[in-house]
Every structure is written in structure tokens, then in C-alpha cells.
Design a protein around this ligand. Sequence first.
Ligand code: SAH
Length: 213
Amino acid sequence: MIDTYRHKGLRLRLVDEIERKGITDSNVLSAIGNVPRHLFFESSFMQFAYQDKAFPISAGQTISQPYTVAFQTQLLKIKSGDKVLEVGTGSGYQAAVLIEVGAKVYTIERQKELYNKTSTFLPRLGYRPLFFYGDGYAGLPKYGPFDHIIVTAGAPYIPEDLLTQIKIGGNMVIPVGDKSQNMIRITRISATEFDQEDFGKFAFVPMLKGTAK
Ligand code: SAH
């Protein structure tokens, strides 16, 4: 697995592109500049790695668009050492970006094949989140509450179990909707109060119930 100057150059161009599209957080921009996205692609598709586009990976899933990864990460407002739950491990790219901005990451995936693949692959790049195979609708009650929760699949509604796992003062960023999604940030004000903000339309693969082999 090689990261060359050419790859680094392409990454800097990608960073410029998402900055032009409105990402301002310098920690997030450096994270995108640091994660070798081409290594998350099959070798025949590597030339697509530094385009600002989502791309199909194994098991019918996608690696999210870099702009979307950066946008969600920026909305979380992570401080170094914050505990973050990610729903939808997928390729592991978003988890790597979260680690780059200083988060301690817990990531859960419902597809066994992807869980197996990514939990083997990501540590080889030096990224070591805690990996879980299970249904993200339930979150990880034993490991919560979390400073931040990020959902990387389109949720038909806001799962109640995830709300209870946000620390007071913490937040959750979740795309909500059936066909297309609105990016919603929920901030937990107190044990019972939540603030909700809408950041507009995005498109995600669906958040599904239960687990798959
Ligand atoms: N964060 C990933 C995005 C992958 S696409 C990345 O950076 O590549 C969304 C992922 O969410 C898919 O892998 C899908 O299998 C997973 N997913 C969908 N519903 C889920 C659920 N209920 N629990 C956990 N993972 C889920």
C-alpha cells in the first residue's frame, strides 16, 4: 500500500475543492489532506479516489463523497479526545477522518462482510477505532454516552436509542429521510431537551434494520 507524492498532490487539489464548496474547519481540511483515500479503492478504480464523488465499494455499499464526510465532521465540532459513535463503518474512510481530527471512535456496521474487511484493513493504515458488528439503530448502550454520534446512512426517522446515548452538551449529525435526506444536527441541551437544526439535502444509502451476513 503506497502513498506517493502524486497521491498527495491529488489530495491537496481535493482539499482545495471542498474548501471552495464551503468547508472552513482547518482540522477537517487537514484530515482530508492526510487520509490516503486511494487505498480504500480496488486498484482498478484508484483513479476515482480523489474526485469529490461517492463511489461503490463491496457488498453494494458506497464510500461517501469527501465533501459530505467533511461537512458531517465539521458539524460535529469535535475536540481532541472526544468519544464518537459512528453508525455505518462501510469502507472506514469516515472513521479515519474522525480519528485524524482527534476523536476516539466507536464504529458499528450491520454487514458482516464489510465489518470483517474494514476491521482488518483500517488498522493496517494505522487507524484503530473500536469496531462493532451490529444494528446501529440500537447504538452501543454499554459504551455510551458519547460526545458525538454520526450516522452515515439515510435514516427514515431519528432513532430514539441514539438520542439517549448523546451526552448532555453533545450532538448527533444524522441524514434523515426516505428517498433523499436532510442533514440534521441534534444538540442535547439537558436530559429531556434537544435542539434541532437542518443543513439541507444530501443523498445516502438507506439505514437498514437488523444485521446481514
Ligand atoms: N461511513 C462509511 C459510509 C458507508 S455507506 C464510509 O466512510 O465509507 C453506509 C454504511 O452504513 C453501509 O456500510 C451500510 O451497510 C451501513 N448501515 C446501514 N444501516 C445500518 C445499521 N442499521 N447499522 C449499522 N450500519 C448500517
